[in-house]
Design a protein around this ligand. Structure first.
Ligand code: COA
Length: 259
């Protein structure tokens, strides 16, 4: 891997997007590496939370690579968007929660990558924008869909039609970002949140993510049925039995084993 750095401590893993020559912009090679890495990690039962951040002190990801897109025709553009969307969907359907630690510019495809994550925290200097309409295109990696679902259609209209760049503080007011941290504290906080998730029962966390993410595409009644299935699955685990027995005996809840 040349553009994706991998770190791991205990049950938490971090992917750092590192392409300094283009402010971590997403070209095909980078997207392929990200896709391959996610595919491999998705099968790793030991990982309980994943953090995605950008290398350097300037950008999370400054968008899809404009140099690669400039001479695309309609067909190639659609293929590129399909591929980008597939990678973003790998992020959103990743079996454990994914935290975007947004350390700088999150523009276009970078904003879309952050939106595909489950939780977003941002450093005070981070900023978000969809510059696409100012370049003659629409967002193509899920931005129109995920932003409208997350923050409502009016915010999606505002940010996508005007292309205006918002600071982390406004992103928090709009519900796009969970927390804004001091620049130097971003990763520490991301690891802290990931650590809290990693302490919880792994099957319960995975099933809860599945219920939330898949439920967003369902009617309420279908979503409630899915939730029942996810709830039931937890009762096949030793973790559930051990935790509830310990609670009833007024003993400390034992460390979760993931089964
Ligand atoms: N695609 C390709 N290259 C990009 C890029 C992108 N999305 N974003 C930045 N780069 C490149 C620049 O071309 C520049 O390359 P160079 O050193 O060979 O000239 C390098 O990264 C550094 O960017 P630069 O513009 O010099 O930095 P800056 O601090 O002046 O501005 C940005 C930073 C992010 C505001 C500016 O680079 C920018 O607007 N980028 C495009 C963002 C965008 O429109 N993304 C959505 C694409 S659909």
């Amino acid at each position: 891997m040349t553009c994706i750095k991998f770190d791991r401590k205990g049950h938490v893993a971090q992917l750092t997007i590192e392409r300094p020559e283009g402010l971590n912009a997403l070209n095909k090679e980078l997207l392929q590496e990200l896709s391959a890495t996610l595919l491999q990690l998705a099968d790793d039962g030991q990982i309980r939370a994943l953090i995605i951040t950008g290398a350097g002190d300037k950008a999370f990801v400054a968008g899809a690579d404009i140099a690669e897109m400039a001479d695309m025709d309609r067909n190639r553009a659609e293929i590129f968007a399909r591929f980008g969307n597939r990678v973003m969907s790998q992020v959103s359907s990743f079996p454990v929660p994914v935290i975007a630690a947004v350390n700088g510019f999150a523009l276009g495809g970078g904003f879309e990558l952050a939106l595909a994550c489950d939780l977003r925290i941002a450093s005070a200097k981070a900023s978000f924008a969809f510059p696409e309409t100012g370049l003659g295109i629409t967002p193509g990696f899920g931005g129109t869909q995920r932003l409208a679902r997350l923050a409502g259609p009016m915010t999606a209209f505002d940010l996508i039609m005007t292309g205006r760049r918002i600071r982390a503080s406004e992103a928090k007011e709009l519900g796009i970002v969970l927390e804004v941290t001091e620049d130097k504290e971003l990763l520490e906080r991301a690891w802290e949140i990931a650590g809290l998730i990693a302490q919880k029962a792994p099957v319960a966390v995975r099933e809860a993510k599945r219920a939330i993410i898949e439920g967003l595409d369902l009617t309420l009644m279908e979503g409630l049925s899915l939730e029942q299935v996810c709830f039931g699955r937890c009762f096949e685990t030793e973790d559930q039995k051990n935790a509830m027995v310990a609670f009833l005996k007024k003993e400390p809840i034992p460390e979760f084993q993931g089964e």
